[in-house]
Design a protein around this ligand. Sequence first.
Ligand code: AMP
Length: 213
Amino acid sequence: MTANRLSLFGPPGSGKDPQATRLAGRLGLVHISSGDLLRGEIEAGTPLGEQAKPCIEAGDLVPDEGVVRLVLDRLREPDARTRGFVLEGFPRTIPQAEALDAELTRQEAPLEWVIQLEADEGPVLERTAGRGGRGDRPDDKEEVVRYRIGVYREWTMPLAEYYRSTGRLIALDASQPLDDVSNGMYRELRDRGLDVGEPEVTEEERERESEDY
Ligand code: AMP
């Protein structure tokens, strides 16, 4: 089995986590979420965690240097190198994308495809407000989500052009229901020769995520 190397980005509430989880399951990839790695640093009380905490709470990006180091270190671990990976929420800026390309060039294992989940503000706010209501993510309060959408537009959207111009972008309409977006994603990847298996979302995939989405 080939070890694919993928990345997925989109605004808050566009379904990054469930789509990356499904892709990782289908392709046997390691799922690496920069948000989860950063929250892990906060829990562990590391200096990077201390730097990241106020940024995350305010909905700002954590400065590139620390995030890049954290994610690239994770990518150098043997499981990511042998099984391949799907990055979720990284890169989020052009300098992060350049640092990632430089590292993967060194590894002679370039990033193959980047999936952009495009969504309007309406469904985005609805989905994240649902999460915020449960109180598990303080950065899911409506005003913080609005701010995060602005941050996304300014810093992360330019990645679409960066990856389009190098022929690696797959843009999907993520305002559709979750399963339709997954099916579209599977189709696009199958057309590019990836072994995604079944063409449709399976019952098992649906059940696995119903609790956390
Ligand atoms: P997420 O879990 O992907 O929604 O990320 C939650 C928060 O973590 C973001 O709002 C940022 O504050 C921070 N974060 C996650 N990934 C990155 C990244 N690649 N660059 C900078 N900050 C990030």
